[in-house]
Design a protein around this ligand. Structure first.
Ligand SMILES: Cc1cc2nc3c(=O)[nH]c(=O)nc-3n(C[C@H](O)[C@H](O)[C@H](O)COP(=O)(O)OP(=O)(O)OC[C@H]3O[C@@H](n4cnc5c(N)ncnc54)[C@H](O)[C@@H]3O)c2cc1C
Ligand code: FES
Length: 281
């Protein structure tokens, strides 16, 4: 059992969960994730480790309440427990001195980007960060990321904050300079659009793929993705891959394969809860 130390809202529908797990905290590296299960009837969901606190033996997870399990997670409070926490899973990111790196975070992908920014900065790189969200209220970790960045940009779809438009609009301008690496984390369509800009320019680009994962150990095949001519499993071969070879169209299609069941499950949960967001945290 894994004790919850904090579970609080950072932005509407986005929460920070600090959970005690000294073993995972000791081993986890940027880009790695855990799979958690709330209780015996719960589904297993993968979430990135956004930060760690060795002094408390705990790790931070930042999650968006998008469906039944993340909504249920949002209703747990300090002092309650998670049944299972497995990790660290996935390959750690390749942290080194590349030169100038553009790091792009879209939506809750900003959570996955944060440990990379810290590690790349420590490795001596010049950091250009671009954060994007639908609207102003949805940003989190903004000050922390700005403080680590040599250049820092914000975009919103509705223009309520920063530059109006998508992260890719800014990326186009920024790639006029010499860029050694781009790392993008966010919705699949965003990562695909980033690749469309960087591929013709031959800029090394990595993406962190949020495929549907079940066991997280390479056994079930759920997270299958085509990369070049090869079949890969994002949970053990990734989640980070070189963007130019990823078959995004296949992945976008495969990620929708349980949409009907997910909607039914959320409806049942909403009916049980009277369609209210949990007020506890
Ligand atoms: C390696 C990895 C790291 C991730 N890190 C984060 C993170 O740090 N913060 C965050 O908010 N989200 C993260 N996700 C996505 C997160 O796992 C899903 O949002 C979550 O599983 C949704 O579950 P649900 O029951 O609340 O929603 P559901 O209604 O079941 O699903 C909503 C959407 O979430 C996705 N999803 C559903 N089940 C899974 C699953 N088992 N595995 C992966 N995706 C699923 C699907 O795209 C689905 O359409 C990550 C996914 C992966 C693969
Ligand atoms: S989640 Fe089962 S093989 Fe990757």
């Amino acid at each position: 059992m894994f004790e919850i130390l904090v579970n609080r809202e950072l932005a509407p529908g986005i929460k920070l969960l600090e959970v005690k797990s000294p073993d995972i905290t000791k081993k986890v590296k940027p880009g790695q994730f855990i799979v958690l299960r709330i209780n015996e009837k719960g589904e297993r969901i993968p979430l990135t480790v956004a930060d760690k606190h060795p002094e408390r033996g705990s790790l931070d997870i930042i999650y968006q309440e998008v469906g039944k399990t993340t909504r249920e997670l949002g209703c747990l409070g300090k002092g309650e427990f998670l049944l299972d926490l497995v990790g660290p899973l996935g390959k750690p990111g390749e942290i080194a001195k590349y030169g100038t790196i553009i790091l792009i975070g879209g939506g809750v992908g900003i959570a996955t980007l944060f440990p990379y920014i810290k590690a790349f900065k420590k490795a001596g790189n010049k950091i250009i960060s671009i954060l994007g969200a639908r609207t102003k209220e949805l940003f989190f970790l903004e000050k922390e990321i700005e403080n680590l960045s040599d250049e820092f940009y914000i975009t919103t779809d509705d223009g309520s904050y920063g530059k109006k438009g998508f992260v890719t609009d800014l990326l186009k301008d920024l790639t006029e300079k010499k860029i050694d690496l781009v790392l993008a984390v966010g919705p699949l369509v965003m990562m695909k659009a980033v690749r469309q800009i960087t591929k013709p320019l031959k800029i090394l680009t990595w993406v962190s793929l949020n495929t549907i994962m079940l066991d997280g150990t390479g056994m079930c095949g759920s997270c299958r993705v085509t990369v070049g001519d090869e079949v890969k499993f994002a949970c053990v071969d990734g989640p980070e891959f070189q963007a130019d070879k990823v078959d995004f169209d296949e992945l976008i299609f495969r990620n929708q394969r349980f949409s009907k069941e997910e909607a039914i499950s959320l409806n049942i949960y909403n009916e049980k809860c009277g369609n209210k967001r949990c007020p506890k945290n």
